[in-house]
Design a protein around this ligand. Structure first.
Ligand SMILES: Nc1ncnc2c1ncn2[C@@H]1O[C@H](COP(=O)(O)OP(=O)(O)OP(=O)(O)O)[C@@H](O)[C@H]1O
Length: 786
């Protein structure tokens, strides 16, 4: 069971890159039909539509497509990397999964974006470089294990690009539903240079052939996977292990076979590539259909099985779609744009790969109880020792010779020298015992996940069995009704049809398969657990034996010292465990609150959408609205404009982040706690949110109608400055999107050099200590327009 503590819905981020037009395309006489309009929008013109065609005059030759970001030929590799992928790295290190995939027709620049060239390296190299830098920066406090694998899916078969001699490999789903490639070579290194060499070597193994569209066309989907395991260097009972996976995928071209004039082998490849891409398309369609509860069939192709987590599961995912700007590529570009546009609706549920809080806490409690028992026992032993010494003392008091002998004995160097290693042995036996316990703890968590998964699958099957019997009952009922209505002769001729077979849904079949695998896993875990328990018992016995030897080997004073020391080690371990378990509890409560808040926010935006939609209908049809509703709507608008809810949410976020930072103490290597103030990341987030909070308190101060002649932004700004305050805003006329959005909208207008058409309302906001922000809104809804 992976905890959904930081789990949140995350929209698939879709970027579009339009590559430069190629010489070959220019030679063919192709023209430019794809343009980047602004940071997010791309326009595609249909080269076939005749602008003079009067019948089609109402139809636009252009279609615009909006993405999270858009790049054209001016974008450098660094710009694309920075905007799409760089932000994923921090997440991967902290235990989140992430995926970046390049999609698009052949020859449109997927490999260029992902792998790049020696001089212009792509996303692979830049990501790995930054990943290792980030690891390096925190390596004094954290231990990392990084492993990497590189594979290709060619003709629905998986090949290890780091060791092609292994032949074809199979995909397996482990007990947690994570897809693994059985037997793949995993390279463990944190040296970016080494990895790059491997990558280059691997890439040379990739199936490449010239097609009509690309001289070095990659005929396979290449998948680079980097897994990062992070754990604190400070050994403690609960040592949290975070595991993040990063997939970087260079898909094969999405062209149709006819497009590339492929024949024979190429044609067969095309079919396979398209099978994967078709399956990917189907998944994207099903996932992006907001109203559908459709079963998402990842099993249709190797690619979709491998991408299961990235598309619908636990991953932050970025899709970089590629198109050519040439008129000859119109059809492919349009398909790609539509496809990528649809992908924007996909939401993935991102979770940090940490173990569940409540279960953890229960286990800590049991460890704490055990440790306390142990401390009690040690203390009794110390007391016992003290008592024995006193008794000894009484007996020995008169025996001067004996005391002298003892002093002599104590002062002998040998005894002190013997105590050191003994003390070490005792503490290391204890540490080893704690290590094994920690392993046991992880194992039990895992076993519980397996059990929960099994129950989940069993429930799916039980649900299906129930549904089957319900259908059977209904069928029998219908049969009975039918037989009442038939006359006797018909009844005689009845053949007594059996109920038609009901086809088992794929998710039930997959649940049955998974249960079989999970049972095997459970058996393995039980065996492993027995071994660990046995080891734990042995270590405990060893510790006891060491304690027993104390009296024989060293004097009682030293013995007490060692026992007290051991006691102290146990006590510290208890304190540590308690502290972490409290922190986890608080963190758990915070997460629940955040989840509730997230749902409320979602609900609120749904309500806003409904209210605004209904208002539109009221306005459009001039419907009469009861007075009290009108008043309520005014209140609603006022709240929206004042942004009080917005502020409350931000404030809560700031407060809960501060609480969260103080609830999970980060223990540095030196053992000191890092407070939020000393944690630069928290400070950065807190201050940016505080800034946002500050800016959201200040209402817009003036709006101005644009000059009716065309004007660009700086002219408008000038006019605004000159006439600042000339128009006092009526609250309902002010556009409500957050200032940042407004700002970026303006930037878009400027970047395209568009002129403002008459009838746009231009608004300018000024914030304390901030920059003025200018925005536009259609004029007709504004009271200022009249
Ligand atoms: N943004 C870009 N800037 C400069 N050259 C580019 C760019 N994008 C692609 N190219 C060039 O276009 C050609 C085709 O690109 P690339 O091989 O990356 O396409 P692809 O989509 O991976 O094709 P395939 O699916 O056939 O493998 C290459 O010569 C590449 O260098």
């Amino acid at each position: 069971m992976k905890d959904s503590g930081d789990s949140k819905d995350q929209q698939l981020m879709v970027a579009l890159r339009v590559r430069p037009i190629s010489v070959a395309e220019l030679e063919e006489g192709a023209t430019l039909i794809a343009h980047k309009v602004d940071e997010q929008m791309v326009v595609l013109m249909d080269p076939m539509e005749d602008p003079d065609d009067i019948l089609r005059a109402h139809r636009s030759r252009e279609k615009s497509y909006l993405f999270d970001m858009a790049f054209d030929f001016t974008a450098t590799q660094e710009m694309v990397y920075q905007a799409t992928t760089k932000s994923l790295i921090e997440g991967v290190i902290s235990g989140y999964n992430a995926t970046v995939f390049a999609y698009g027709p052949t020859g449109c620049g997927k490999t260029y974006t992902m792998l790049g060239t020696d001089h212009e390296p792509g996303i692979y190299v830049r990501t790995l470089n930054d990943l290792f830098c980030a690891i390096e920066e925190t390596s004094s406090d954290m231990e990392y294990e990084v492993s990497m694998s590189y594979l290709e899916i060619y003709n629905e078969m998986i090949r290890d690009l780091l060791n092609p001699a292994l032949g074809y490999l199979e995909l397996r789903e482990d007990s947690k539903g994570v897809i693994q490639v059985a037997g793949i070579t995993e390279v463990s290194t944190i040296n970016a240079k080494e990895i790059m060499q491997l990558l280059m070597k691997g890439n040379r193994q990739r199936t490449q052939e010239p097609t009509a569209a690309n001289q070095t066309s990659s005929r396979s989907h290449a998948v680079l996977q980097v897994a990062v395991r992070q754990r604190s260097r400070v050994k403690s009972v609960l040592q949290e292990v975070r595991q993040g996976r990063l997939f970087m995928i260079d898909l094969a071209g999405s062209e149709r076979a006819s497009q590339t004039q492929n024949r024979g082998q190429r044609m067969k490849e095309g079919a396979h590539i398209n099978r994967s891409l078709l399956a990917l398309g189907n998944c994207i369609n099903a996932l992006s259909d907001k109203n559908s509860n459709k079963y998402i069939n990842y099993r249709d192709s190797k690619l979709t099985r491998l991408l299961k987590d990235s598309l619908g599961g636990n991953s932050r995912t970025v899709m970089i779609a590629h198109i050519s700007p040439a008129s000859s590529a119109f059809e492919e570009s349009r398909n790609t744009l539509t496809y990528a546009g649809r992908a924007k609706n996909i939401k993935t549920r991102v979770k940090q790969n940490l173990l569940n809080v409540s279960y953890h806490i229960a286990q800590y409690t049991s460890i704490i109880a055990d440790l306390r028992g142990e401390i009690q026992r040690l203390k009794c032993k110390i007391d016992e020792q003290g008592g024995r010494d006193q008794a000894h003392g009484r007996l020995e008091r008169g025996d001067i010779c004996h005391i002298q002998a003892k002093v002599q004995l104590h002062s002998e160097k040998g005894e002190r020298a013997e105590m050191g290693p003994l003390r070490e042995q005792l503490i290391s036996a204890f540490q080893e015992q704690m290590d094994v316990r920690r392993h046991l703890l992880e194992l039990e968590n895992h076993a519980m996940e397996v059990q929960i998964d099994t129950s989940r699958h069993l429930l799916t099957i039980a649900g299906w069995e129930h549904e089957k019997s319900r259908r059977a009952l209904k069928w029998r009922e219908e049969q009975r009704k039918e037989s009442y209505t038939k006359d006797d002769s018909e009844k005689d001729s009845d053949t007594g049809d059996d109920q038609p077979d009901i086809l088992e849904p794929p998710e039930v079949a997959s649940a049955r398969e998974s249960i079989a695998a999970l049972m095997g896993e459970q058996k393995k875990l039980r065996k492993h657990k027995l071994t660990l328990e046995q080891r734990c018992r042995e270590l405990r016995a060893r510790g006891r034996r060491l304690e027993e030897t104390l009296p024989r080997r060293i004097g009682s004073e030293e013995q007490r010292e060692v026992l007290s020391l051991l006691c102290r080690v146990h006590e510290l371990e208890v304190e540590n465990t308690e502290m972490q378990s409290h922190a986890l509890l608080r963190d758990g409560a915070l997460r629940h609150r955040r989840e509730a808040l997230r749902r409320l926010e979602q609900h609120r935006s749904l309500c806003d959408e409904i209210i605004q939609g209904q208002r539109q209908i009221i306005d459009d049809y001039n419907l009469a609205v009861p007075q009290h509703l009108e008043e309520l709507y005014e209140v609603y608008l006022r709240e929206q404009e004042e942004g009080s809810l917005e502020r409350a949410t931000i404030m809560d976020r700031v407060a809960s982040r501060a609480l969260q930072d103080s609830s999970l103490p980060k223990i540095s290597r030196a053992g000191t706690l890092l407070t939020p103030e000393s944690d630069p990341e928290s400070v950065k987030t807190l201050s940016s949110e505080a800034q946002l909070l500050q800016s959201s308190f200040l209402p817009p101060i003036s709006t101005e109608r644009c000059p009716s002649s065309s004007a660009n932004l700086s002219e408008a700004n000038h006019v605004l400055k000159a006439s600042s305050g000339a128009w006092q805003v009526k609250s309902s006329s002010v556009p409500t999107p957050p200032p940042i959005l407004i700002g970026s909208l303006v930037t878009q207008e400027v970047s395209t050099g568009n002129r403002w058409p008459d009838g746009l309302l231009c608004c300018r906001w000024e914030y304390q200590g901030g920059h003025p922000v200018v925005g536009m809104q259609p004029f007709q809804n504004s009271p200022l327009g009249t």
